[in-house]
Design a protein around this ligand. Structure first.
Ligand SMILES: C[S@@+](CC[C@H](N)C(=O)[O-])C[C@H]1O[C@@H](n2cnc3c(N)ncnc32)[C@H](O)[C@@H]1O
Length: 282
């Protein structure tokens, strides 16, 4: 099994505490059954606000090409089975699929082979807006036919809802996993920090900084390590021999990144507002 791990960008969402995670800390629950991106195609939808994530897909394209080409040469599958994990709903989802089809089309043409069939599995959490993707499929199939005609094998697109921190597919059934900008979402707040876990809930920040308590930093790192291990274990059981993955993460380049400063300012502003609210009602 080959895996390409790309550390990209300047922030590390792994260490960021969202409002949802903070709420979860207070009730000591996992966020996997409720978390989702903004649905639909309106102004505030994920579909309309995912350009930053698209940049990561564009940047990782050469690595995707290298990985898919190697996989295709090694396995020459009759039907290429691919999953996009944490696909969300928006133009990025179908862009990834199109890129993969294009790479396989070019590689099989170079080898004078006919294109394989394609089976894509779109994975995200249960509450994700799969319907918006399904509604865009007729146009996608039309575009594909317009651009590739009958030169590519049939393409089947399915949804696989569920958490990627557990098994999603049968043993040794998948050729390729793609996961972009998703693995920084933790499955839950670290138990050490929940009230049930006996920890102290920190209320003075929304993002880990050098001044955050070391216990909190360690707790988030530990949670990320547990999650990544569970992810890799499941995928290693699902991949066929010679299968590949491309995982794209966001990460912090250094401690003074601009985005981190923005989170700090946002945290300060939120704390001020909270203080003002408490002053008013007391
Ligand atoms: C920032 S979006 C990235 C979406 C898409 N890959 C892209 O590049 O535009 C992260 C996605 O990961 C999904 N996600 C988070 N945790 C997940 C989990 N445990 N299992 C499956 N999907 C998850 C979220 O619901 C969200 O749709």
């Amino acid at each position: 099994m080959m895996s390409t791990l790309i550390s990209w960008g300047s922030t590390e969402r792994t260490n960021c505490i969202t409002t949802k995670e903070r709420e979860d800390m207070e009730v000591g629950m996992s966020s996997q059954n409720t978390l989702h991106m903004n649905s639909g195609v309106g102004d505030k939808s994920y579909a309309h606000n995912s350009f930053f994530q698209k940049k990561a897909i564009i940047k990782a394209k050469p690595i995707l090409e290298e990985s898919i080409t190697r996989l295709y040469y090694n396995i020459l599958p009759k039907c290429l089975k691919v999953a996009d994990l944490g696909c969300s709903s928006g133009p990025n989802t179908l862009e990834v699929i199109y890129n993969i089809i294009n790479i396989v089309y070019n590689t099989s043409s170079n080898l004078n082979l006919s294109s394989p069939d394609f089976q894509f599995y779109l994975n995200d959490l249960f509450e994700s807006d799969f319907n918006t993707i399904f509604k865009s499929l007729p146009q996608f199939y039309k575009t594909l036919e317009g651009k590739k005609g009958n030169k590519i094998g049939p393409c089947f697109i399915n949804a696989t809802p569920g958490t990627f921190y557990k098994r999603l597919f049968p043993t040794s059934s998948m050729h390729f996993f793609h996961c972009s900008y998703s693995l920084h979402w933790l499955s839950q707040s670290p138990e050490e920090l929940t009230i049930d876990g006996g920890g102290t809930v920190e209320r003075d920040g929304i993002y880990l900084t050098s001044t955050s308590p070391i216990g909190m930093q360690k707790a988030y790192l530990g949670q990320f390590q547990r999650n990544l291990k569970a992810f890799l274990k499941s995928r290693s059981e699902e991949l066929v021999t010679g299968g590949e993955m491309v995982l794209t993460f966001i990460g912090r380049q250094n401690n003074t990144s601009e985005i981190r400063a923005t989170w700090n300012l946002l945290g300060l502003a939120l704390n001020e507002m909270l203080l003002e609210y408490h002053t008013k009602i007391s």
